[in-house]
Design a protein around this ligand. Structure first.
Ligand SMILES: Cc1ncc(COP(=O)(O)O)c(C=O)c1O
Length: 459
């Protein structure tokens, strides 16, 4: 095991953290007795904590973010060069990396045209919702303002994005919610809601039923994760996406795809939707855009959407009257340009497809030996294994056991994730999203640790 620094070097840091930092998603009572984990260094697929302990990271920074891996000096240098020259100016002006990254991004998104810079996935989704609302006001007398979202999907942590969130446990206690958001059923065939052959078509038709119930003239947009991430790594069933696209076109409903996790290579193509031959109107992306080296998120639209905000130059209220201060930071697009160069020059999309297949193969092999694995799902290096207490009845494994599997992997020095506090009774899917640089040995080490952990927890 590599030691990055003598253990006691970080004691002051750990004390300061324990005394003053409020961690995300954390019940802090435990830290009255146990030190919080502090990550101090990363290289490639590996991170070291303040105790000098090495970990193989199977979830790219815990939340599927560090797509090109840790310790990329080229990205650090690109950020340093840019911010010492020009770090910030409000984004109602342009910037050099902002312009260059927008061009490169759009070249990889045929049919799309404009890039709106913000800081987080939640914020990008909020901006999309604001565009939909403004279009409703401008064109439809405010009527076509409803935004449909899907059970099990997640779009962010702000009040309006949780209003568009299909994960009850994340939303609970934060109401009242923003009005005008309406839920459609999830499309997870393993937890089938309809006994039919063409499950993808049936699940898509369920969206049409909601549209007809609400009134098509009241629905402005449909906001979906291309592949649901924290709601259980849900890959869409065959036929789902083309039918969803058809329904949106039929009722003049904008298709907003949340690619905050799927975007920038995670699935083995630049964007998840590019696997399905569909053409969205709005695409949001965040995590992998700069692999966490800088805070950047983008809302990308078609030229048709953009045009709706410049159709009346004489109207002082007709343009998109929105700002995000840090959307003008240049570190984000500078890092994103370098991130994109690395993905291309190192062939990481191809690697993601190859390693994704290996990961799915390994998980299927584990499924044959461990009754606790009910289902495996995935696209590229974005995979999940749903754990069950009983394979016949599909009764979900209890959350405590799922968390025990994660702890057992951690004890072996391998970090994996799981759905947590998202869907009542169904926080039972192990989540894997290694960096796109993963090698066959890394993939095998991750699944070997899961193998051991499943045996220890389920026998
Ligand atoms: C699919 C999806 N959308 C949006 C978000 C929100 O992104 P952020 O945490 O950057 O606000 C997340 C975060 O996990 C996500 O997984």
């Amino acid at each position: 095991m590599n030691q990055v620094a003598p253990v006691n070097d970080f004691q002051d840091t750990v004390s300061a953290d324990r005394a003053h930092v409020w961690h995300h998603l954390t019940q802090h009572k435990i830290h009255e007795k146990v030190d919080p984990r502090i990550m101090v260094e990363g290289k490639g697929m590996r991170v070291w904590d303040a105790n000098g302990r090495e970990h193989l990271d199977g979830v790219s920074g815990g939340v599927w973010t560090v797509n090109v891996g840790y310790g990329r000096a080229d990205i650090g240098q690109a950020i340093a060069d840019q911010v010492t020259k020009m770090n910030f100016f409000a984004q109602n002006n342009g910037s050099v990396p902002g312009a260059l990254f927008a061009k490169k991004l759009i070249e990889r998104m045929p049919g799309m045209s404009r890039v709106y810079y913000v800081n987080s996935g939640s914020e990008a989704n909020e901006k999309a919702f604001k565009m939909v609302r403004q279009i409703a006001q401008k064109r439809y007398g405010g009527k076509k303002h409803k935004i449909l979202y899907r059970e099990r999907d997640y779009h962010g942590s702000t009040i309006s994005t949780i209003s568009a969130g299909g994960q009850f446990e994340r939303n609970a206690h934060y109401g009242p919610y923003t009005p005008g958001f309406v839920e459609v059923p999830h499309c997870l065939e393993y937890r089938a809601q309809w006994d039919v052959e063409d499950y993808g078509l049936r699940a898509a038709d369920a969206i049409e039923e909601v549209i007809l119930r609400e009134g098509p003239d009241t629905v402005g947009a449909l906001c979906l994760e291309t592949v649901t991430a924290g709601g259980g790594v849900i890959t869409p069933p065959e036929g789902y996406w083309p039918r969803v696209q058809e329904i949106c076109r039929k009722y003049d409903i904008l298709l907003h795809l949340d690619e905050v996790v799927c975007g920038i290579g995670r699935t083995g193509k630049w964007f998840g939707y590019q696997h399905y031959g569909i053409q969205p109107d709005l695409v949001t992306m965040a995590k992998g855009v700069a692999s966490g080296y800088a805070a950047i998120a983008c809302l990308v639209t078609t030229e048709a959407v953009f045009d709706m905000f410049k159709d009346d130059a004489s109207d002082p209220m007709s343009f998109f009257r929105d700002i995000s201060t840090y959307g003008g930071c240049t570190a984000g697009p500078a890092a994103a340009l370098e991130n994109m160069r690395i993905i291309e020059e190192e062939g990481l999309l191809e690697n993601t497809l190859a390693m994704g297949e290996r990961l799915m193969g390994n998980l299927r092999e584990l499924q044959e030996r461990h009754a606790a694995i009910g289902d495996v799902r995935g696209l590229g290096l974005f995979c999940g294994a749903e754990l069950v207490a009983d394979r016949e009845t599909k009764e979900p494994a209890p959350e405590a056991k799922v968390q025990a599997v994660i702890a057992e992997c951690m004890a072996q020095g391998v970090i994996i994730g799981a759905t947590a506090r998202a869907i009542p009774g169904f926080n039972n899917t192990l989540c894997l999203a290694p960096a796109l640089i993963a090698t066959a040995d890394d993939i095998d080490a991750i699944t070997a640790a899961i193998d051991v952990a499943l045996t220890r927890v389920f026998g």
